[in-house]
Design a protein around this ligand. Structure first.
Ligand code: ATP
Length: 366
């Protein structure tokens, strides 16, 4: 059971707290993705799991065994780095075989493992080539192959796709997902790219400023972000935020963003009642705006008027960058929308899908 557990992990570099009291529990055969903006402590966490970084405090368990004092080579893990650092003077076969040779594996076993990994990765025909004779994607496969031949319990990936161009990145993303299903191993994968995280992970762990913000299945985190940071980080284009005041009028609660006022659904009342009269942030995902014309539930109380500033057709949908009073917002609308730049448009909000965050501590109220 290759479960990986971090208990209150902290890593300081002098006065920089790179990882701040992080506790995570990665189950056997999980595809865990650590995601967050640059400098949030992802790589340091991964390197601590690998044993490449001594921790300041806290415990790391691999397969229920405390590994804090166990050297990297004895942790039964394999790491694939961003700069895959293949040996330039060795061919693909020897790049993959190198680690096993160092560990004095018998030649026959090495040969069998390299052939098997090459077949899994579709690089059987490249075994005699040197790294400089390979494309970026092929090199990345060899780097993964080097990890596979070790047959580790846990694979650690540190931004392995960030050196590849956009198209190749998408292709490799699918390949790594397939590989995960085929290998049946635990994977811990670090990226700053939330799309990579959402599409590959069985569980994502979102970090900011060295602290774990939230973990969960990707769609659960998307639908129920724990705070404004997570809400803004997961999702592309990002959620729109409107600093607002929460008003109570009779038995109704309203969002007052100055440029618009909207009535909140009664399902929200219990969660927001204590915040009446206070500052809050109103959050709306781009896809929760609709062109009024194509939205049968449009009513004056859930509709706002805005001006089209920039229009980006994506094919089936169109991104509209709109201006509403002092607010800029992005809406993902039906491609039948006929509005042109400079025109006024009425957009209806799917109010049940919107979010409200505490104006002070930024925690999600609803
Ligand atoms: P990126 O996506 O940019 O790689 P990251 O989330 O992986 O970022 P880390 O590399 O873990 O972030 O760094 C976390 C913090 O620790 C940063 O503020 C970084 O500057 C600092 N840090 C990392 N390594 C060292 C080091 N060897 N010495 C001093 N500070 C360091």
């Amino acid at each position: 059971m290759a479960r990986v557990v971090l208990k209150n992990l902290t890593k300081k570099f002098k006065d920089v707290v790179a990882v701040d009291d992080v506790s995570i529990d990665i189950q056997d055969k999980e595809f865990a993705v650590l995601v967050g903006p640059s400098g949030c402590g992802k790589t340091t966490t991964l390197r601590a799991i690998a044993g490449l970084e001594e921790v300041t405090s806290g415990e790391i368990y691999i397969e229920e065994k405390l590994v804090n004092d166990i050297p990297p080579k004895d942790r039964d893990i394999a790491m694939v780095f961003q700069n895959y650092a293949l040996y330039p003077h060795m061919d693909v076969y020897n790049n993959m075989a190198f680690g096993l040779k160092l560990r004095k594996f018998p030649k026959k076993e090495i040969d069998q493992r390299v052939q098997e990994a090459a077949e899994i990765l579709g690089i059987e025909k490249l075994l005699k080539r040197r790294p400089k004779e390979l494309s970026g994607g092929q090199r990345q496969r060899v780097a993964v192959g080097r990890a596979i031949v070790r047959k580790p319990k846990v694979f650690l990936f540190d931004e392995p796709l960030s050196n590849l161009d956009a198209k190749l990145r998408v292709a490799m993303r699918t390949e790594i997902s397939k590989l995960y299903h085929r290998l049946g191993a635990t994977i811990i994968y670090v990226t700053h790219d939330q799309i990579e995280a959402m599409t590959m992970a069985t569980r994502i762990f979102i970090l900011n400023d060295g602290k774990l913000q939230q973990d969960g299945r990707p769609l659960d985190v998307y639908q129920d972000p724990t705070n404004q940071f997570v809400a803004g980080f997961i999702g592309s284009p990002a959620m729109n935020f409107f600093p607002s005041k929460l008003l109570k009028e009779g038995s109704d609660y309203l969002i007052d963003a100055e440029s618009f006022k909207l009535k909140l659904p009664s399902a929200f009342h219990k969660a927001i009642a204590a915040h009446a009269g206070k500052e809050v942030t109103f959050g709306v995902r781009p896809e929760d705006f609709h062109d009024k014309q194509f939205y049968p539930n449009a009513k004056p109380e859930n509709t706002i008027k805005a001006q089209a500033d920039v229009i980006e057709p994506l094919g089936d949908e169109v991104l509209f960058y709109l201006v509403c009073g002092k607010h800029n917002l992005v809406a993902k609308l039906d491609s039948r929308t006929k509005v042109k730049v400079g025109d006024e448009i009425e957009v209806a909000l799917e109010m049940e899908e919107t979010h409200i965050f505490d104006g002070e501590n930024e925690k999600t109220l609803v």
